[in-house]
Design a protein around this ligand. Structure first.
Ligand code: BT5
Length: 277
């Protein structure tokens, strides 16, 4: 029996933009693809697409997102921010911060944001973000925020190869979480972050991001199509790119869209200024 009825939350959300319309489907190819189609046809900012199951859930760079029915959340939100395409990475940070905050509020667990689009709990992936954008003459026409959260998926539902790297809130907590409650928390957090974003306060967003990511000071290795970039994370830029200190002392900026894989690598030098947090 499918008791998933997120449309009912709409009246109690108390948000102005995010969730003004919630379109619920038993199954879709991908909520992002559906939301993109809707946005192209003129659907408004804040409209939300949710599916109980995805037949072709999408990750980045052609990868797949495991999307079984009756257990997780697959959500896409249409936004029409009045910003330039070059500033769009900030929207990804905003979505990651909102997802991390909702996770913390609902589960009490401390999630970690792994740049640019993963949410980890105890070093395993509990959520992923796929944001897609259509622009015109350098300006954003719309952005689709795609968020997949493993809410009640059990370990048995995760294929063997992925079992060591994926988890769900249920696996971490030992009990089920209401998907509808999680969705309302997520939409509320997004509303708060989006308002702050529109007010032009990237500082607040970047601080929250740094707190959830704990990446400042870490050594990372980023793979793009063209090269491998290694360095110590210095900070995140006001347009959402990551600033690294490369081993040769130069400063490097990395934009989320360029990265196919990122991981930490051990520091071979003596530890001098490890950040206490
Ligand atoms: C992502 O891609 O992490 C973005 C996932 C976004 C999914 C949402 S669901 C709603 C919306 N509609 C869509 O069609 N997509 C969005 P990426 O960084 O490329 O990670 C994909 C990799 O994560 C895969 O190659 C697997 O290794 C792993 N993976 C796949 N499904 C997973 C899951 N459910 N939980 C944890 N890891 C998973």
């Amino acid at each position: 029996m499918n008791t998933f009825s997120p449309r009912a939350i709409k009246d109690h959300l108390g948000t102005q933009i995010i969730g003004r319309e919630i379109h619920v489907f038993a199954e879709l190819d991908s909520t992002n693809s559906e939301a993109y189609r809707m946005a192209r046809e003129g659907r408004r900012e804040g409209e939300v697409v949710v599916a109980d199951r995805q037949l072709r859930g999408r990750g980045r760079l052609g990868r797949r997102w495991l999307s079984p029915p009756g257990t997780n959340l697959y959500v896409s939100i249409i936004l029409r921010p009045p910003i330039l395409v070059k500033d769009a990475p900030l929207i990804t940070l905003m979505a990651a911060v909102a997802t991390a905050k909702a996770t913390k509020v609902i589960s009490g667990l401390q999630p970690q944001i792994k740049w640019p689009n993963d949410l980890l709990i105890n070093n395993k992936k509990v959520a992923g973000l796929l944001n897609e954008l259509r622009g015109k003459a350098g300006k954003v026409e719309f952005v689709i925020l795609g968020i997949g959260i493993n809410v009640n998926m059990t370990l048995e539902m995760i294929p063997g190869a992925m079992r060591s790297s994926a988890t769900s809130l249920r696996e971490e907590l030992g009990y089920d979480i209401s998907r509808v409650e999680f969705l309302s928390a997520l939409l509320r957090e997004l509303e708060g972050e989006y308002h702050a974003f529109l007010m032009g306060e990237p500082g607040r967003l970047l601080r929250q991001w740094e707190e959830f990511s704990q990446m400042v000071g870490r050594l990372v290795e980023m793979r793009s199509f063209k090269e491998v970039i290694r360095g110590r994370v210095k900070r995140i830029d006001s347009n959402g790119s990551l600033v690294l200190f490369a081993p040769d002392g130069s400063e490097k900026r990395v934009i989320a869209g360029d990265i196919s894989q990122s991981r930490e690598f051990p520091d071979m030098r003596p530890k001098v200024e490890e950040k206490e947090r």
